[in-house]
Design a protein around this ligand. Structure first.
Ligand code: F6R
Length: 630
């Protein structure tokens, strides 16, 4: 949610192409407006636009607009925005300036006490031009510079007065060879090159230049200087003595330039759907011991004894991750006697928790590891005395750091705003966790071995499911293109998958659709079923298959159209003849694994439906990839 970039370089050069390329890499974090500032000697030059940086920022346009023949500079900062305070507009786009246009700031995060700060600053005569929370930052820096503090000291003092989350980069016309950055709750890394230093909200905006990075921790700031040698120094902004913090360089692992390009695919989302066999394979790799029939989860090893005795689990998550957690509840409860609740994080934060403190593990599920609601839920759970664990994709992210221990989902970089491979990788991690918990609670070695054998087949079966689904989902999306009412339906473990299908469909198509447990249809939603409606029913041949056939009959009796997703072993069953379209999944011995396969045609169905409507698949309107605001 919002992406920031900053570059400082030894020699003057045109930094706009690098700023633009990096902002494009960060576009998944926000794409409603963008901007940049160049530190041109003693002058700050700012260019802003509405819309995505990849389409609206280019050197020629910027040169023309700034009335410059050259745009060479030693320091530049850039930003793409996902509006929270004030509509997407040129005025609200970052960078924001102080009263004299001599300080520029880009910011990712939310300043909770901005209204009070703004009032105080206005009282002192500061003039604001935007509706953003960010704008207080350059004005505060302006005041402190006026007191005779250096830019670094002014940023530190400003940060000490801010409540909320921030990753920020600041420049001052008075310090033309300096870039100051600070981090608190929002991601920020520094890429180290020979001739320049690059600061960004994510490693994926840095990987195109270097794999050498310095991580900043919450509460830290860094001064990057190009006066003479290119140097950086890290300190804690809360420490008035500005004592230096030493930090080792690290190597970026787990992402490559290939991840930040679409390759042969028309969209990142399609690429990521087709990545699923590989990402699930990565999530499972080396994490089971066939002989023992058990999972091997290195990240949880220190808590093995603890987890062997828990009686309750709270999953906390949002959106797609919540849907994966709801599948997790079904799996863990069916394999063990643990009582599981899958809570929506934004609700969990604010409510009473009755599960016993000492015997309950809180598992936060998150792709980005940054989601504010999930992160705050973890903090709240810790305050209440619960042990917390992460099922997180982004290594070293805030949730990964905040939790006591965890499992990385190893999905790789997910750029499409609508989550796809993150979901199946979360399921893979949860399947392993469920095995571990079940083996500690009476599941036999033999059953464990069979479970692992089936788990190991999933990458291949996902590949097969992709092959089986590609053409039919295109055709079905075309066939029902004009339909006005769509409901996604299933029973048991398929209920959260139908919720995930509906979420994907809404995000991509902007069409409101429903999702219900199949048996609930007759208690109200059946009123919307007519011949203009489509029911997408998830019912592979498991123990609920026969009862689901009743519901199919009921939908048909009201004239509703049905798209049934079932398994190959149901072919020929008289009950399914009523469905208008049927897609058969490969047969699984372990029925609990069907969610992994059945989500594939649902992701593709939403994809093709949205594509036919001409929607922006990778960047649906009003959304951003990492939701770092409440
Ligand atoms: C849906 C989607 C969102 C996220 C949710 C949680 O396609 O992407 O619903 O799943 O915002 O995000 P993470 O998993 O990053 O915590």
């Amino acid at each position: 949610m919002c992406g920031i970039i900053g570059i400082i370089t030894k020699k003057d050069r045109n930094l706009i192409p690098d700023i633009t390329a990096s902002l494009s890499d960060l576009e998944y974090r926000g794409y409603d407006s963008a901007g940049l500032a160049l530190l041109d000697g003693g002058v700050i030059r700012v260019y802003k636009c509405v819309g995505a940086p990849s389409q609206n920022l280019n050197s020629e346009k910027i040169k023309k607009s700034l009335g410059l023949s050259e745009t060479n500079a030693k320091v530049a900062i850039g930003h793409n925005r996902w509006a929270t305070h004030g509509e997407p507009s040129v005025i609200n786009a970052h960078p924001h300036l102080d009263c004299r246009g001599a300080v520029a700031v880009v910011h990712n995060g939310t300043i909770l006490n901005y209204a009070k700060l703004k009032e105080e600053l206005i009282g002192k005569g500061h003039v604001f031009s935007s509706e953003t929370d960010t704008e207080v930052i350059p004005h505060l820096i302006e005041d402190y510079l006026g007191e005779g503090l250096s830019l670094g000291e002014s940023v530190a003092k400003t940060c000490r007065g801010l409540e909320g989350s921030f990753g920020l980069a600041a420049v001052s016309a008075a310090s033309p060879e300096l870039l100051v950055v600070a981090k608190n709750g929002s991601p920020l890394v520094i890429g180290v090159l020979k001739e320049s230093l690059i600061v960004a909200s994510s490693q994926n905006a840095i990987i195109r230049y270097t794999d050498r990075i310095i991580s900043l921790h919450d509460g830290e700031m860094a001064e990057l200087s190009a006066g003479g040698e290119l140097v950086y120094s890290i300190s804690k902004f809360g420490d008035a003595s500005s004592a230096k913090v030493s930090r080792q360089e690290e190597k970026i692992t787990g992402i490559s330039m290939e991840d930040v390009s679409k390759g042969e695919f028309e969209t990142f989302m399609l690429k990521e759907i087709f990545d699923e066999p590989a990402s699930v394979r990565a999530a499972l790799l080396g994490r089971s011991d066939k002989n023992k029939g058990d999972a091997v989860l290195g990240g949880l090893i220190d808590y093995s004894d603890y987890l062997a005795h828990i009686s309750h689990i709270y999953f906390v998550a949002c959106g797609t991750a919540h849907n994966a957690a709801c599948v997790g509840k079904e799996i863990i409860e069916s394999l063990s006697d643990i009582i599981v609740e899958s809570a929506i994080a934004s609700e969990f934060r604010y409510r009473k928790h009755n599960f016993p403190k000492l015997d309950t593990a809180v598992f936060a599920v998150s792709q980005s590891g940054e989601t504010a609601d999930t992160l705050e839920s973890v903090k709240e759970a810790k305050r209440k005395g619960y042990k917390t664990f992460g099922i997180v994709n982004v290594v070293g992210s805030a949730i990964a750091e905040e939790t006591d221990a965890g499992i990385y989902t190893r999905a790789g970089l997910e750029i499409g705003v609508a989550s796809t491979k993150a979901f199946t990788s979360q399921l893979a991690a949860i399947y392993l966790l469920a095995l571990k918990l079940a083996r500690e609670r009476g599941m036999s070695v033999q059953k464990g071995k069979e479970y692992i054998t089936e788990l190991e087949r999933l990458p291949e079966l996902l590949k097969k499911t992709l092959e089986l689904s590609t053409e039919p989902t295109k055709e079905i999306a075309r066939l029902y293109g004009g339909i006005k009412t769509i409901n996604f339906l299933g029973r048991g473990i398929h209920v959260p998958v139908s919720a995930e299908a509906a979420l994907k469909f809404k995000e991509l198509t902007y069409i409101e659709v429903g999702s219900y447990p199949l048996g609930e249809l007759k208690h109200g939603p059946m009123a919307v079923i007519d011949k203009e409606s489509l029911s997408v029913v998830l019912s592979p041949k498991d123990e609920l298959f026969d009862i689901s056939k009743n519901s199919i009959e009921q939908i048909k009796s009201k004239g509703g159209k049905i798209f049934l997703i079932t398994s190959e072993d149901a072919r020929g069953d008289s009950g399914i003849n009523k469905a208008d379209s049927v897609l058969y999944l490969p047969v699984l011995k372990e029925k609990l694994f069907y969610p992994m396969l059945e989500v594939i045609p649902l992701q593709l169905f939403a994809y093709h439906f949205a594509k036919n409507l001409g929607r922006n698949i990778d960047k649906p309107r009003n959304l951003a990839k990492s939701v770092t605001v409440e």
